[in-house]
Design a protein around this ligand. Sequence first.
Ligand code: FAD
Length: 422
Amino acid sequence: MPMENQSMSTPQEPDVVIVGAGSAGIGAARKLLASGLSVMVLEARDRIGGRTVTRSFKGHPVDLGAHWLHAGPINPLVKLGFERGEPLRRAPTKGHFHVRGKPGRNAQRAALDRAFDMADRAMTQAAKARDDQAAAKVLPAGMGPLGKRVAEIHGLVSGRPLDEVSLHDFPSMEYADNLFIAGGLGGYVARLGKDLPIRLSTAVHAIDWSEQGVRIESTEGTLRAKAVIVTTPMAVLQQDAIRFAPALPNEVQQAIHGFTQGVYEHVILHWPDAPFRGPDRLATLVGTRRSPPGLLTRIDNTPFHFFELDQPHAAHFDRRDAYAPARFAREILAEHFGHRALHHVSVMHATAWRNDPWSRASWAVVPPGLAAIRDVLKAPIGERIWFAGEALSRAQWGTAGGAWEEGERAASEIATKLKASG
Ligand SMILES: Cc1cc2nc3c(=O)[nH]c(=O)nc-3n(C[C@H](O)[C@H](O)[C@H](O)COP(=O)(O)OP(=O)(O)OC[C@H]3O[C@@H](n4cnc5c(N)ncnc54)[C@H](O)[C@@H]3O)c2cc1C
């Protein structure tokens, strides 16, 4: 039996069907309802939120997916959060820096900051050129011994190594002005989706747009609507999870298949006596053979930490047993702090969004030279099918805020169109 999420009545023939109840789908539904249209959201999973979900470990809420509210000044989830009086807090801008397990000297930290500045300046400048290329190609040679680490960190947050990422995407990645939210970002998105007309455990497998309007076929039956917003992740669409009849135009299919799978996974550590003070700080560990691809310490001032996996490491673990990420996290931390410092570490969970059939990636990445594919997908098809989701956002790609922004964009365009046609 499909579960309904809400108390609101569920129209049999809504104006708009939305496929997916992640940030894009929830943002779109709220916007359409606010403009007086009827909506039905169909969600394959038995919960809402998509790649934002918060789970409780030892009584503390911890995000399994998105955690940061990036790009505060342009992130619609931040604006809405402040309006609603949500418990937002600014992310610290200064992180920890350890060399072989000990706090680094100021000069060493300054060298890291300099390497980051040089990389950012070079990429921002080169991205202004009309021709696109791989972001890695323009990294300056003079970044010093920490240059490799800087490239790896940029690769981690991009979802792929920089030689596989479009340079044209680079200046849009906004690191400054990040925020967190108490109780987790997944909890926040779930609050925003509460009471919306959402049908859970309902996977859409076909969209027929051969006649007027659209016919949406799902595991729980067929719905008709005037328009549909598809927020399914690109990596899921690439698996032909949804059959379109007639087939989508060639350039749209090519755009969908142009994205690659961005991979970023959390290994969730409970480490009460970790050598890091202060809440929500990133930690850069250098000076030994290997470093954590990423480390966020004392989340929300708790004993929980994210040991982050980048795409190359996650791909490597796919060929090994389920405990490989946990072992890896322990080995690397032992290299830096010694085995005794890890006596009280428990690995609570390692995410695998890349293998989840309803996401298949953490976000979508544009390879070098394909920057135009986002714009192809922004144009509605037959004035009935809109795509939305993190992959389409230019300024906030790969983020929950970008997904929300794109959901709202599609909803506004549909509202304008349906009102004009009476
Ligand atoms: C580990 C991790 C960390 C991240 N960190 C951050 C971060 O700190 N900050 C940030 O902003 N972003 C982060 N992201 C990215 C962010 O989570 C996503 O960009 C964003 O949540 C995507 O929203 P969306 O609505 O586009 O897609 P989703 O959230 O994936 O929503 C799509 C929905 O469609 C459903 N669906 C799929 N197929 C079907 C079907 N056939 N029928 C019906 N429903 C279907 C899915 O179940 C899902 O609920 C992270 C992601 C991961 C995995």
